[in-house]
Design a protein around this ligand. Structure first.
Ligand SMILES: Nc1ncnc2c1ncn2[C@@H]1O[C@H](COP(=O)(O)OP(=O)(O)OP(=O)(O)O)[C@@H](O)[C@H]1O
Ligand SMILES: [Mg+2]
Length: 251
């Protein structure tokens, strides 16, 4: 049974895509069969983070949703040291967004696509990157997931969205919500940042990650875990994996 993990944030730019891509790489390299689906059709990132080029050259999630291909035709197999790593890019950079807005799509196809990928690829883990806030793709991703990983910064601006996030995930019946505090600014103790987030979300964080200038500098050039496998932040990503996968399930 595959574990389905959806990344979610109330606000943009919290680090969801970077964390999802690095976790996907590390989970696969530890020997699992892992797929990352970029459901952020508005602002795709995964194909850039993995350096696969413009999905205009291949099929994408948007192509599947508008009926141009099967979902498995949109899968890119990426090299992995120990397991299998698959990526479904969101859309081609130039045209995909216009087509999908103009034509619309049957949102039930998205859930069907997740199920089909899980079966066809024999997945251990399906990671779903999402657009910030609430839209159709994000609602479907959260409603499909066994675990929702809420990524937040520790500033009052982000934490103000905690109530809405809790309500949203509860309404969609998410079995398990876990909290990742990211980009703790230099000079702010991690413990204090974690406590602030815990007070807002009502659960202790799975991880409290510092703002790491090397990560910001590398954005989009090369996946951080590939470029800096021994970096302490990559060690933090690795140590999140067992707890993230514990108890998570498919539904
Ligand atoms: N811990 C960190 N330290 C420093 N920079 C980080 C950290 N985590 C992510 N970043 C950087 O923050 C930027 C935004 O990250 P990312 O695109 O992953 O966020 P996102 O939540 O997916 O954004 P969006 O809402 O646009 O989808 C990127 O430049 C990324 O490299
Ligand atoms: Mg993103």
């Amino acid at each position: 049974m595959a574990q389905i993990i959806a990344m979610h944030s109330h606000r943009g730019g919290t680090g969801r895509s970077s964390i999802a891509a690095n976790l996907a790489r590390l989970m696969a390299d530890e020997g699992r069969r892992v797929a990352l689906v970029d459901t952020d059709i508005q602002s795709p990132a995964a194909h850039i983070l993995f350096g696969t080029g413009d999905p205009g050259l291949c099929r994408s999630l948007a192509d599947y949703l508008i009926g141009r291909c099967e979902v498995e035709d949109a899968v890119l197999a990426l090299p992995s040291d120990g397991g299998e790593l698959f990526l479904v890019p969101a859309r081609a950079e130039a045209s995909g967004i216009h087509e999908i807005i103009a034509q619309g799509y049957d949102v039930g196809l998205l859930r069907e696509g997740f199920d089909r990928l899980t079966d066809v690829l024999g997945l251990d883990v399906l990671l779903l990157d999402t657009h910030a806030g609430i839209n159709n793709e994000t609602m479907t991703a959260v409603a499909s997931a066994g675990t929702v990983a809420v990524v937040t910064r520790s500033c009052p601006l982000d934490l103000a969205g905690a109530g809405e996030t809790i309500e949203f995930t509860q309404q969609l019946g998410a079995p398990r919500r876990t909290l990742v505090v990211n980009m703790v600014p230099p000079g702010v103790p991690g413990e204090a940042a974690g406590q602030r987030a815990e007070a807002a979300f009502g659960c202790p964080p799975l991880a409290v990650l510092p703002y790491e200038p090397d990560m910001a500098k590398a954005a989009g050039a090369r996946l951080f875990a590939e470029a800096h496998p021994d970096h302490p932040l990559v060690g933090e990503f690795r140590s999140m994996i067992p707890a993230l996968l514990a108890q998570g399930g498919r539904r």
